[in-house]
Design a protein around this ligand. Sequence first.
Ligand code: ZN
Length: 285
Amino acid sequence: MSSRSAIEDLEEFDLEVVIAAILGLLIGSFLNVVILRLPQNESIVYPASHCPKCKEPLKWWHNVPVLSWVFLQGKCYFCKEPISWQYPAIEIATAALFAIIFYKEGLTFQAFVIAVLFSSLLALSIIDLRFKAVPDSLNLFAATIALFANSDYLQNLQNAAIVAGALAMLRFYVSYYVSKKEQIHLQKQIKSAPWLKSYYPKYIMIEAMGEGDIIVGFAMGALLGLEKTLIAIFLAALTALPASVYLRIAKSDTQLPFIPFLAIGAFLSYLFGAQIVEWMHANYL
Ligand SMILES: [Zn+2]
């Protein structure tokens, strides 16, 4: 955290955070379009915003972040179809992301990159929660801009590649072991090893981790570096634990999407990772 305690900085700082929050509201409004349209395979720039129910194009004053939703009492102006509370919620969340990140970084290019990166992770999280899959286009966009999150771009690329490579290997290890049981069953029917080419389509490979998670890992590595990425993954697993226990108890077949938890872990580690690393070095390492 930069030293912003001086009282004379206070006014300037307030203005920065307000500008950041307004920028966040606008980006949040755009994220709603991305979240709605990417899974439908629609363009995110054309046509202009319209009601998903009656297709009536919105007037400019239907499109003001948060305020329009409040003013229209959460209903379409034309057909009165309820508009999800998710729209203002995403706008407020993005405004908060921008305010917090610009408060931490100051009004810099890096702050903007990091804020757009976490906005993308927010959109990916919502899409993953809803569809249990994410579009590569948005995920790769996030991974690419993450390379500019710190000023040492080569170092960012190195960290990103190490994390993505490590996760890819981890995926092979875990998939291999959890697939082992199915393979033994398969081996009784066929005479050679199941990984040989002719049997490859029958080779049952249980995916232990989505490919999308590896791309998010690449972005995390670039943004956070190695130590803080490990902390982020630990925090992601920790926050996913209650949800995973709940699904187990409820005997639900629902697969837990992991990207929302990776995003939460990454944000916590971005904010507090430096202190956690310092504390660990002082006490354990
Ligand atoms: Zn409508």
